[in-house]
Ligand binder design. Structure first.
Ligand SMILES: [Zn+2]
Length: 224
């Protein structure tokens, strides 16, 4: 009986619907992902995971958590991907490098100081549809591209790190849609809102990537 109860607790309430044009998954389970958020099925997504094909990483923090990705915040649809400093970061989509910051030192593991939010290294890439991908907490001098460079989906663009407001080595990643903010003037990675995101080159994740509590084996980047 105990096993059955555990099983029921671990299985999210799922409702998938489809029409001729698009297929969405709608999360009905509070506490797993953002309530009411619509994620495009990964088989319909145009994005790939931001790491090398064949590698597997766990999600340290998913969407709409009680932590820094809280529901309604600019990072509600962000992912924290646990990975060692120096891991190659790959572009989720083709685009143009909008901004690079790479002059800050990595912090000690476990520091987790919110006052360091403006001392994170990052690279941002603008896609043809106007969305902007933010790859944050890069290691010092970890950008492999410069502003204005054209990047191709899947290309290596940066090295991960532990700079800024971070509790340990990881990549904070979010896809932004800037509605009221001009991304070119005084833009910084947390001035626009994150949007729900799925990836086409990994196992099914109807409600976005789930954190290690729900997906302890992590996600493997497959060829695409
Ligand atoms: Zn984060």
């Amino acid at each position: 009986m105990k096993k059955l109860i555990l099983f029921l607790l671990l299985v999210p309430v799922v409702s998938c619907s489809s029409d001729d044009e698009e297929t969405f998954c709608i999360d009905l389970s509070l506490g797993v992902n953002c309530s009411g958020a619509e994620y495009i099925k990964n088989s319909d997504s145009s994005y790939v995971l931001p790491w090398e094909i064949g590698e597997t990483f766990r999600i340290g923090q998913g969407n709409c958590t009680n932590g820094s990705h809280s529901e309604g915040s600019y990072s509600q649809f962000a992912y924290d991907i646990s990975m060692p400093i120096g891991t190659n970061i790959h572009a989720i989509q083709s685009g143009v490098v909008l901004r690079v910051v790479e002059n800050f030192d990595d912090v000690e593991d476990g520091v987790n100081d919110v006052s360091l939010i403006d001392e994170a290294n990052f690279i941002e890439i603008e896609h043809s549809d106007g969305t902007i991908a933010s790859y944050v907490h890069l290691t010092k001098n970890g950008a492999l591209k410069k502003e204005g460079d054209i990047v191709i989906q899947g290309e290596s663009i940066a090295l991960s790190g532990n700079s800024g407001w971070s509790s340990g080595p990881h990549l904070h990643f979010q896809l932004n849609k800037c509605i009221d903010t001009d991304p070119r003037e005084n833009y910084i990675w947390y001035s626009c809102n994150s949007i729900p995101l799925t990836f086409k080159n990994t196992s099914e994740h109807c409600f976005g990537l789930l954190d290690y509590n729900f997906k302890p084996e992590g996600y493997t980047a497959n060829s695409f």
